[in-house]
Design a protein around this ligand. Structure first.
Ligand SMILES: NC(=O)c1ccc[n+]([C@@H]2O[C@H](COP(=O)([O-])OP(=O)(O)OC[C@H]3O[C@@H](n4cnc5c(N)ncnc54)[C@H](OP(=O)(O)O)[C@@H]3O)[C@@H](O)[C@H]2O)c1
Length: 281
């Protein structure tokens, strides 16, 4: 990378976050990274560089996020790139997942992202520069059966990112939604993934979908090292994309979804337009 930036990465003790942090430090970037467990993060990153600030944060807790951002500013003086990476999959039909389990997933997948953005933006606005990268998912563009709550959370990330980009454009702040397909991380392991513990036998399609995902663990096509390299390229682009799909599977699913939406909208065109007032001029 040609210039040195300060990065703030959430959920960095494993997977895409950890891989990105390691690449950034190797490239001489300054990195503040959060984890639920700072000791695990420090052990995983395994570096003695002063460019690294490991932070323990509860992303669902607004004051914990505020403190993490403040510590980053105190150490590095600025934040150039935020990567809202922390997140996890949650599987089950809506009636198989309790209100508590459902809300907890939104706490991390959605509200954690909002909390980080809320506290980072005042600094980025003052700088009149910055780049916010929100890791959504192809599930936030085209969800699969058995993952409705996860899709809802990632669609929320997609929606907030889309509008955020418009809101902060006048401050010179870039925003990118990264939507990965399947990547070879801990995502599908029991450590990360939450599956319903009250399955209902009627849902045969959901059980089949979950069984298929279980066989994918360790075989995913996406390479986290390559994802890290792409995210580092992204911030040096003069005009970075608002949407960036990662992986051939994500590309295929997103384009299929576009076609489905286009067909569905056109199929109901006359019904859709029938609700307009008739204007006689
Ligand atoms: N891998 C994929 O196939 C895939 C596909 C599409 C989207 N994504 C998205 O990519 C991001 C990174 O996931 P990954 O693939 O790297 O998975 P991962 O290896 O499981 O890592 C996820 C990270 O998110 C944090 N996290 C996980 N569960 C959490 C919880 N219950 N509460 C708080 N933090 C939690 C963890 O941070 P700490 O333990 O350090 O706190 C962890 O480092 C997520 O947002 C995920 O939804 C992944």
């Amino acid at each position: 990378m040609d210039n040195k930036k300060t990065w703030f990465v959430t959920g960095a003790s494993k997977g895409l976050g950890l891989t990105l942090v390691k690449h950034l430090l190797t490239a001489g970037q300054s990195v503040a990274a959060t984890s639920r467990n700072a000791a695990a993060l420090t052990e995983a990153v395994d570096t003695d560089t002063t460019n690294f600030l490991p932070l323990q944060a509860d992303l669902a807790d607004d004051s914990s996020v505020a403190a993490a951002i403040q510590s980053t500013i105190e150490k590095f003086g600025r934040i150039d790139v935020v990567v809202n990476n922390a997140g996890y999959g949650i599987g089950g039909s809506i009636e198989e997942l309790s209100d508590t389990v459902t809300r907890t997933s939104f706490d991390i997948n959605v509200f954690g992202t909002l909390n980080v953005i809320r506290h980072a933006l005042p600094f980025m606005r003052r700088q009149r520069s910055g780049h916010i990268i929100n890791i959504s998912s192809i599930a936030g563009i085209s969800g699969n059966t058995g993952w409705s709550v996860y899709a809802a959370a990632k669609y929320a990330v997609t929606g907030l990112t889309d509008v955020l980009a418009q809101d902060v454009k006048e401050f010179g702040i870039n925003v990118t939604l990264v939507a990965p397909g399947a990547f070879r991380t801990s995502f599908l392991t029991a450590d990360s993934l939450v599956l319903t513990d009250t399955p209902i036998d009627d849902y045969t399609a959901i059980r089949a979908s979950h069984a298929k995902y279980a066989t994918m663990n360790g075989e995913q096509q996406g390479d986290p090292d390559k994802a890290a390299t792409v995210m580092m390229e992204l911030v040096n682009m003069p005009e970075p994309p608002l949407y960036l799909l990662l992986g051939s599977d994500a590309y295929r699913r997103a384009l299929n979804k576009l076609e489905q939406l286009s067909e569905a909208f056109k199929a109901s065109e006359s019904l859709t337009k029938s609700t307009d007032y008739q204007l006689n001029f």
